[in-house]
Design a protein around this ligand. Structure first.
Ligand SMILES: N[C@@H](CCC(=O)N[C@@H](CS)C(=O)NCC(=O)O)C(=O)O
Length: 234
């Protein structure tokens, strides 16, 4: 087996692959970065991931970037871990890939605009945030309606998509989106957070924060408590 190293930042979207590795119970090395100190833009890290973002997963000598790609890689490389359902059918694989890409390419940019509108304009941030909040509303309704009928995104089976949605909804809620108003979403977040692999992932983040003295902005959560918005570039 190729050695795995995850480059991640406490509180960031890299929590999803961190949770995936914990779910798979694979041995891996962790390299936490302090985004607030700009470690993701330092030459040492840019040599690993020129995009200057977390996550990055080193697999042997290769580097994988982009959450959907990392998660799909882990799910298909270690199918016994059941990170995604129905991987043995082409339709199931493409459904799962579609959902991961939706999270990464549609929802993640939207929640960034909600939490960090200042990154998208040099002027008034309110219209940017309002536009993103409006675009996010039907998404929240869609997620909420699906989770009202079943405990997990894929019905009665947990998957890594649930963790991705949980992280996205948490960030959007920090930014003022109406996630917590939806009981189905709040309860879903509770279920995701109660899973042992999530608890272990969070404990790793917390330990990294303490060990490496990683500064977190006020809104950044490495504990289940919800806090105020921060300034990380999510
Ligand atoms: N498309 C990328 C987005 C990664 C991303 O935006 N990561 C944020 C943390 S959530 C980051 O590294 N921000 C630091 C920065 O932009 O300087 C993915 O899905 O992996």
């Amino acid at each position: 087996m190729n050695a795995l190293t995850l480059f991640y930042a406490p509180g960031a979207c890299s929590r999803v692959p961190l949770n995936a590795l914990e779910e798979l119970q694979l041995p891996f090395e962790e390299r936490p970065l302090a985004l607030m100190r700009g470690e993701q833009k330092k030459p040492e890290y840019l040599a690993i991931n020129p995009k200057g973002k977390v996550p990055a997963l080193q697999v042997g000598q290769r580097i994988l970037t982009e959450n959907p790609a990392i998660l799909f890689y882990l799910a298909t490389q270690y199918p016994e871990g059941q990170l995604l359902p129905n991987l043995d059918e082409p339709e199931g694989r493409m459904q799962a890939l579609g959902d991961l890409v939706w999270c990464g390419s549609a929802l993640h940019p939207l929640v960034r605009q909600i939490l960090l509108p200042q990154l998208f304009t040099s002027g008034d941030t309110e219209p940017v945030k309002e536009f993103a909040l409006q675009a996010f509303r039907p998404v929240v309704d869609q997620i909420s309606s699906r989770l009202s009928n079943a405990p997990w995104w894929y019905g009665d089976r947990w998957s890594i998509v649930d963790v991705y949605l949980c992280w996205l909804m948490g960030i959007a809620t920090l930014g003022g989106a109406p996630g917590v108003d939806h009981l189905a979403i709040t309860e879903h977040i509770g279920r995701v957070r109660a899973r042992p692999s999530f608890v272990r992932a969070l404990a790793r983040e917390k330990a990294a924060v303490e060990r490496c003295n990683i500064p977190l902005p006020p809104g950044e959560a490495v504990s289940p408590r919800r806090r105020r918005p921060g300034r990380l570039s999510h």
